[in-house]
Design a protein around this ligand. Structure first.
Ligand code: SF4
Length: 288
């Protein structure tokens, strides 16, 4: 809140968290021209997807991940409430696909299993995409995701080098990534890997480990970025003295190195480059 005429700024105190997310109404899709939205999706992608959100926040500590809104808090809607929203969307808008926009889908024990069961009971499943940590994919969860009609799981794999995962405070083991990809594929679910290159301390050996992991796990899609120092993160504090003129996405692109990383700028983005250290993969945008 601000009184601009007198140049007095009053910062409102932080609102208390809403821990009972089931108390919130479903999103106001009636404010959207859904027919137009549907038409644009179908023209550009051949199918039509809507978004849902089941949680707020993430309790993990990956040290490059900015969490300015929820911090370390994590609240989740009940499986019953989310299944009811999916049924409502199916009956009213019939989307071909849902993108769950949570940082981590189904973190609470047995949440996914319960969700799958409710969708089956109500015949309300819609194919969906979600994001998950590799260490949270178990035999039971992968099976439940498949039963719930999950089409794609994107994993924050980041690196195939344990040294780099540890430096990031990722809290995952490389074996977790291999196991998660295998379990998801075994259950007929596509796998996407988010990968980062250029984290401080990453050497050519580490890059090779990541490439090996990609070849061996054979994800269906990958999304690549350079490690990007976001203000408010431990990673930003570590490299802020090395930042140059370009300090954010307004004056740089998303594959620009903003600090003195271990590899030269352009390593990821110049297909014509013949430098022996060029990474032999091209950046891509996550698809459906
Ligand atoms: S990267 Fe994902 S798991 Fe890690 S802190 Fe951020 S949201 Fe949580």
């Amino acid at each position: 809140m601000a009184a601009l005429d007198r140049l007095i700024f009053i910062h409102p105190s932080r609102r208390p968290d809403i821990s009972n997310l089931d108390a919130l109404p479903f999103p106001a899709w009636d404010l959207i021209d859904v027919e137009k939205y549907k038409k644009i999706w179908r023209e550009h992608h051949g199918y039509y997807s809507m978004n849902m959100v089941t949680t707020r926040g993430c309790p993990y500590h990956c040290n490059w991940c900015a969490k300015p809104i929820w911090g370390q808090r994590y609240n989740s809607r009940s499986a019953e409430n989310v299944a009811a929203e999916m049924k409502w969307l199916k009956e009213n808008f019939a989307p071909d696909h849902i993108w769950f926009a949570d940082d981590i889908f189904g973190l609470k024990p047995n949440w996914v299993e319960k969700f799958a069961e409710l969708l089956r009971e109500n015949n309300s499943a819609i194919p969906f995409k979600c994001l998950k940590r590799a260490d949270l994919v178990t035999e039971k969860t992968a099976l439940a995701l498949a039963k719930a009609s999950c089409k794609t799981v994107w994993l924050g794999a980041e690196s195939g080098s344990q040294k780099i995962l540890d430096a990031m405070d990722k809290g995952d083991k490389v074996e977790d990534i291999y196991r998660a990809a295998e379990l998801l594929h075994k259950n007929g679910i596509e796998v996407g890997f988010f990968l980062q290159f250029g984290y401080p301390g990453e050497g050519w050996d580490d890059v090779q480990k990541t490439l090996k992991m990609v070849r061996e796990c054979a994800p269906d899609d990958i999304g690549i970025s350079v490690s990007y120092p976001l203000p408010g993160t431990k990673f930003f504090e570590r490299v802020k003295m090395e930042l140059g003129e370009k300090q954010n996405w307004v004056d740089s692109d998303d594959l620009a190195m903003l600090y003195h990383g271990p590899f030269p700028q352009g390593i990821l983005s110049h297909p014509a480059c013949t430098c022996p250290s060029r990474i032999p993969v091209t950046p891509c945008v996550p698809k459906k």
